[in-house]
Design a protein around this ligand. Structure first.
Ligand code: ADP
Length: 319
C-alpha cells in the first residue's frame, strides 16, 4: 500500500514537531522519523489487509530528536464503499503521562509492600520463638522488645502513608500550643535513644525560647532527621543535635558522619517517595512530611552535605 497523507490536524503537527511544511500528499516517512513511520504505516494498513473495520494498538513513537512518547493509535476505515480508494483515519492518544503515573503508583505499591513484609516476618518469627518455649521469661522479654520495635516500624509506615495523603491534599492537621523548644528536642532525643543503641546522640547549643507550634508534629520532624542520621551512617558512632536562634527563628539541626549525599541529588530529597538508594529500609516519605510540617509553620528545611563525610539537616521555626 502506498499511503499518502490527506490531512493531519495541528495536534499531530505539534506533537511530531513538524513546522512550516505542507504535508498533504506526502508519505509519512518523509515527515516523521522512519521508525515511527514504519510503525504507523503498519497500524494504518492492518484494517485494510485484515478486513476488520478498525484496530487499536499501544505503541512507542519517536516524536522528535531523542524524544519518545507512548500512544494508543486507533486506525479505522472511514469510506468503505468508495470506488476511488479507501481512506483510513488514524486517531492517536498520547498516554505518556498516564503511563508515568501508573508506573509511579506501581512502584509505590511495590516498595510499600516490600517494606511491610520485613517487620511482619519478624513478628511471626518472634511469636513462634515465644511459643516454642513459653516458660523462658528472660528470652521472651527480649523477644517482646524486638516485637515492639517491629510494631513501631509498621506503625510508622502506616502513619507516614496516611499523613502523606493528607499533606498531598493540603489537609495536614496542625494543632498549636505554646511550649519551650528545649522540651521538644529532649523528647525526640529520648525516643531515639530508646530505639537506637548504635549511636550516641550528642546535644549542642541551647535555645531558651518558647514557640507556638505543633509539638507532636515537630517531634516527628526531629525524630525523622535523627532516625535518618543514624540509618544513613551505619559505620559512625555518634550524631549531633544543635539548636540556635536568631532574632526571628529557632534553627534545629542534626549532623551525621555517614555517606553524605551527592550534590545533584540534594534538590530532590524533600520530594515525596524520593530515595537515593533502595538497600536501606524506608519508603521515602519522612523528609517530604518533615518539609510539609515545617512549611505549615512558615519555617524552612535545608541540608548541607559532603559525599563520604556526612550531612547536616536543618529546619527553622519562627517564634
Ligand atoms: P526514607 O529514609 O524512608 O527513605 P526519607 O524521606 O526520610 O525517606 O529520606 C529520603 C532519602 O534521602 C533517603 O532514602 C536517603 O536516600 C536520603 N537521606 C535522608 N537522610 C539522609 C542522611 N542523613 N544521609 C544520607 N542520605 C539521607
Amino acid at each position: 500500500h502506498e499511503l499518502r497523507i490527506l490531512k493531519a490536524n495541528r495536534s499531530f503537527m505539534t506533537h511530531f514537531q513538524i513546522t512550516g511544511k505542507n504535508i498533504e500528499g506526502s508519505h509519512l516517512s518523509s515527515v516523521i522519523s522512519s521508525d515511527s513511520a514504519r510503525i504507523l504505516n503498519e497500524i494504518f494498513v492492518t484494517p485494510l489487509n485484515s478486513g476488520t473495520s478498525f484496530i487499536e494498538k499501544e505503541t512507542v513513537l519517536e516524536t522528535g530528536e531523542n524524544e519518545k512518547r507512548i500512544f494508543v493509535a486507533r486506525s479505522s476505515i472511514i469510506n468503505y464503499h468508495s470506488m476511488a480508494g479507501k481512506t483510513v483515519l488514524l486517531t492517536m492518544y498520547d498516554i505518556t503521562q498516564e503511563k508515568f503515573f501508573e508506573q509511579q503508583r506501581e512502584d509505590v505499591i511495590n516498595f510499600v509492600s516490600h517494606e511491610l513484609r520485613n517487620p511482619l516476618a519478624n513478628l511471626f518469627l518472634f511469636t513462634e520463638l515465644m511459643q516454642d518455649d513459653p516458660g523462658n521469661v528472660e528470652e521472651n522479654v527480649q523477644y517482646l522488645k524486638k516485637m515492639t520495635a517491629n510494631l513501631n516500624r509498621l506503625n510508622n509506615i502506616v502513619r507516614e502513608l496516611y499523613d502523606s495523603t493528607k499533606a498531598g491534599a493540603g489537609q495536614l492537621q496542625i494543632q498549636k500550643s505554646v511550649f519551650p523548644v528545649e522540651e521538644l528536642i529532649e523528647e525526640a532525643i529520648d525516643t531515639v535513644r530508646m530505639i537506637y543503641r548504635s549511636h550516641e546522640v550528642i546535644r549542642e547549643g541551647r535555645c531558651d525560647v518558647t514557640i507556638h507550634a505543633d509539638n507532636y508534629r515537630l517531634i516527628q520532624v526531629l525524630t525523622n532527621y535523627l532516625t535518618n542520621a543514624i540509618k544513613y551512617s551505619p559505620d559512625a558512632s555518634k550524631v549531633l543535635v544543635r539548636s540556635d536562634k536568631d532574632p526571628k527563628k529557632v534553627i534545629i539541626s542534626v549532623t551525621d558522619y555517614g555517606r553524605g549525599i551527592a550534590g545533584d541529588k540534594i534538590p530532590y530529597l524533600f520530594r515525596r517517595y524520593y530515595r537515593t538508594e533502595s538497600t536501606i529500609e524506608g519508603i521515602g516519605l519522612g523528609l517530604y512530611l518533615s518539609s510539609e510540617i515545617v512549611k505549615a509553620h512558615k519555617g524552612e528545611v535545608w541540608v548541607e552535605s559532603e559525599e563520604g563525610k556526612g550531612s547536616t539537616f536543618y529546619f527553622s521555626i519562627p517564634y
